[in-house]
Write a protein that binds this ligand. Structure first.
Ligand SMILES: [Zn+2]
Ligand SMILES: [Zn+2]
Length: 415
């Protein structure tokens, strides 16, 4: 029989690695919930228009989206990113503002798989809708920074840019288009054709032709209107007040079209530059309107779980938890003593497991070792007849014999 494998660009996450994922999500949830964000669960697929309306010029939407018609012919797409679904949910339900949401969900992109980049990748993110106060920008950027710090990442660079708004961006785009038109022959094949329609995408291009042709391109920050310049200045001062170090990256435009004003990215310098983006986001003051809602400013960020863990590996940070359970019950008297003892321990809040199938003492100790449990509780013929349990420290090998009635309390004190 043919053996099935996970589809190209996807992978399974099994224990013990999955325990590290759980801890990462829990750490993220705790951090953002302390800042007033609440969990939002939205469908993994949406009307394809939720994405095409806001990202026509982007690779994410044009080339990489998993779009399909369902059995009734409805045009749908698996979510390629996390922001538009949350904003769509906001537009639909109109919760009170400010609306501060967080999510943990997979995104789907049909792209070439590489290290830390999968066709199904997992994202943690927040979105805050309802105010354009630059203090919120500073808080949201600082939140992403804090998550990286919570993980123990030390080598993270924070870069910011401002993309302006409807008042100042058209003039900037004209200046950028003029710059690119004079260098159109130097651009990569793709952008030679699309630079006039989507000039910002050229700044995002990593191919050497486009990088060198835009080395002296006009910078958004030099073309901001007074409102946008004042906003960006307050964001920078807010971050300074929060003790978050950052630097300007005038090329930072991000891969989606809906961003306005503040945009930012976190880069792990322990990773190679092609894959060092561990998170990023920005302000999207026109997105709610583009999705049919009332004009509602917003800002958010997303962080890739796979990339974050790669960065942790590269820095030796955020090690996985030890064993799945703290206690392994070894029972050579048939198994019913192990079942009762494990149940009692679990009721008392202690992680406990055991072997099945009446295996030998040696095999059960081998399983205890492999589990990473700190203590083994042994019930053999002698213990069974005496009404005792032998408590063995798996690291030191020290043993003590404890009355059966007291063993759960003793374990509680030892752990
Ligand atoms: Zn290019
Ligand atoms: Zn402006």
């Amino acid at each position: 029989m043919e053996e099935f494998r996970a589809p190209k660009g996807t992978r399974d996450v099994l224990p013990p690695e999955s325990a590290r994922w759980e801890r990462l999500v829990a750490l993220f949830a705790a951090r953002v919930e302390r800042a007033g964000f609440g969990l939002v669960l939205s469908p993994l697929f949406e009307d394809v228009g939720v994405f095409t309306r806001v990202g026509e010029g982007t690779d994410v939407v044009r080339k990489e989206m998993y779009d399909f018609a369902d059995k009734d012919g409805r045009p749908l797409a698996l979510r390629p990113e996390g922001t538009a679904p949350v904003v769509r949910a906001y537009v639909q339900h109109r919760p009170p503002l400010p609306f501060k949401a967080w999510y943990a969900a997979p995104n789907f992109r049909y792209e070439r798989p590489q290290a830390g980049r999968y066709r199904q990748h997992h994202q943690l993110g927040v979105e805050a809708l309802g105010t354009d106060d630059p203090d919120l920008d500073a808080e949201v950027v600082a939140l992403a920074w804090s998550v990286a710090r919570d993980l123990g990442l030390a080598r993270v660079d924070l870069v910011l840019n401002s993309l302006g708004d409807d008042a100042c961006r058209p003039a900037y785009l004209d200046a950028l288009r003029a710059h690119l038109a004079a260098r159109v022959d130097q651009l990569c094949d793709e952008h030679r054709a699309t630079a006039a329609a989507h000039p910002l995408r050229v700044l995002d291009c990593k191919r050497p032709e486009c990088v060198s042709a835009t080395g002296d391109a006009p910078r958004t920050v030099d073309h901001l209107c007074a409102d946008c310049a004042g906003h960006f200045d307050r964001v920078g001062r807010g971050l300074a007040a929060l003790g978050v170090p950052w630097r300007l990256d005038p090329r930072l435009v991000r891969g989606l079209d809906y961003y306005t004003r503040t945009t930012f990215e976190l880069k792990a310098s322990a990773l190679e530059s092609a894959q060092n983006g561990i998170g990023g986001g920005g302000r999207y003051d026109n997105l709610a309107e583009a999705l049919g809602g009332p004009p509602t400013p917003g800002i958010g960020f997303g962080m890739g779980v796979e990339r974050l863990l790669l960065a942790c590996d590269a820095e030796g940070a955020f090690a996985g938890p030890g064993g799945a359970v703290d206690v392994w019950v070894v029972d050579t008297t048939g198994g019913s003593a192990a079942m009762a003892l494990a149940a009692e321990l679990r009721e008392a809040g202690v992680g406990a497991d055991r072997s099945f199938g009446g295996r030998s003492m040696k095999a059960q100790f081998k399983a205890a070792d492999r589990s990473g449990a700190r203590l083994a509780l042994v019930v053999g013929d002698r213990e069974a007849s005496e009404g005792t349990v032998t408590v063995r420290d798996m690291r030191t090998g020290d043993q003590e014999v404890v009355a059966r009635d007291l063993v759960v309390d003793v374990v509680g004190m030892r752990l």
